[in-house]
Design a protein around this ligand. Structure first.
Ligand code: SF4
Length: 314
């Protein structure tokens, strides 16, 4: 099967007054049609930057992103606009991602009006259909975002993301701003919509428990690099990278097969402006060896598993 989206040696650096932030530093991966891939890591590891760069919402510094085999970074404006209809993103905070001065009907209809020529009543019919898909209804059309709960606002954001009938959606921490009680409902909705609409997802989150429930594969990022990836059952049962083991050990009540004791991460994530040499994880790694501070481990592949650690044989 050909990947729907393929990311090749993607880099995104930001120049700041304090230096160059290496937010994403040469990561490569593929996502296949119908898959849900979880992208996880601590705050500041670059995972949200990956999502925004994949959709060219921000300019990449280097690399390629192929969607259905075409490099979106090489396209002219018209082609990119047409292709972007097939891709969408749902952001973390439904309180800031929806325009507070627009009615729900206009929020959901805006992408349709921009990209397609429909008559007014056709647009209204499409918008009602989208609202019903996410568990809302026509009574909500004339209301403003502040009249909804957080969970309902995220449903509106999801309806909007579906308005152009995309094949690929990125969810960037879609439930972390919501009450625990509504998180499960929104996750269930996201799963149902995938099945009904044959969607492919990149699910960005710091919450590995969410990934365990929703994703087929997981990719673990640390300070701009991918350090481990693989099918969710395998990575959760038998994590290889010390960072993945530490993240998993922080899930309450979760005990991966190979680990008996809790491995808490010590220290802060180092600055991406001046990342540590060698393995970027070495200042915090509980099993660091001498060469870790000098030589960067390559990301080794064995079938569906990948890991970048000097101590891991694949
Ligand atoms: Fe730890 Fe070294 Fe492996 Fe990095 S390469 S995770 S520092 S053992």
């Amino acid at each position: 099967m050909e990947p729907l989206i393929e990311c090749r040696v993607l880099k995104k650096y930001f120049n700041t007054d304090s230096g160059t932030v290496q937010a994403v530093d040469g990561i490569s991966f593929s996502i296949f049609p119908g898959e849900t891939v979880g992208l996880v890591g601590e705050s500041g590891c670059g995972k949200s930057t990956v999502g925004r760069t994949l959709l060219k919402l921000i300019q990449p510094s280097a690399g390629e992103v192929l969607f259905e085999g075409e490099n979106i970074f090489d396209m002219d404006r018209n082609r990119l606009d047409r292709l972007k209809r097939k891709m969408g993103i749902v952001f973390q905070n439904p309180y800031s991602s929806l325009n507070p001065r627009m009615k729900v009907a206009d929020i959901v209809a805006e992408p349709i009006r921009t990209h397609r020529k429909y008559k007014k009543d056709e647009i209204r019919r499409l918008v009602i259909g989208l609202l019903e898909k996410v568990g809302l209804n026509r009574e909500h059309l004339t209301r403003f975002p502040h009249q909804f709960s957080g969970g309902q606002r995220q449903r509106i954001a999801i309806a909007r993301s579906l308005s152009l009938n995309p094949s690929f959606l990125i969810f960037d921490e879609p439930t972390s701003a919501l009450d625990v009680s509504v998180q499960a409902q929104v996750l269930n909705l996201i799963e149902e919509l995938q099945e009904q609409n044959h969607l492919t997802y990149l699910f960005i989150t710091h919450d590995l428990d969410v990934v365990r429930h929703i994703a087929d594969r997981v990719m673990v990022m640390y300070l701009g690099k991918l350090v481990e990836s693989g099918p969710v059952p395998e990575v959760f049962e038998s994590p290889q990278h010390p960072y993945t083991k530490a993240l998993l050990s922080a899930i309450p009540g979760f005990e991966p097969g190979i680990r008996k004791e809790r491995e808490l991460l010590e220290g802060e994530v180092p600055s991406p402006i001046d990342p540590p040499p060698g393995c970027r994880f070495h200042p915090r790694c509980p099993v660091v060896i001498e060469k870790c501070g000098q030589i960067e481990p390559e990301l080794k592949t064995n079938r569906q598993r990948q890991v970048a650690c000097h101590l891991c044989e694949m």
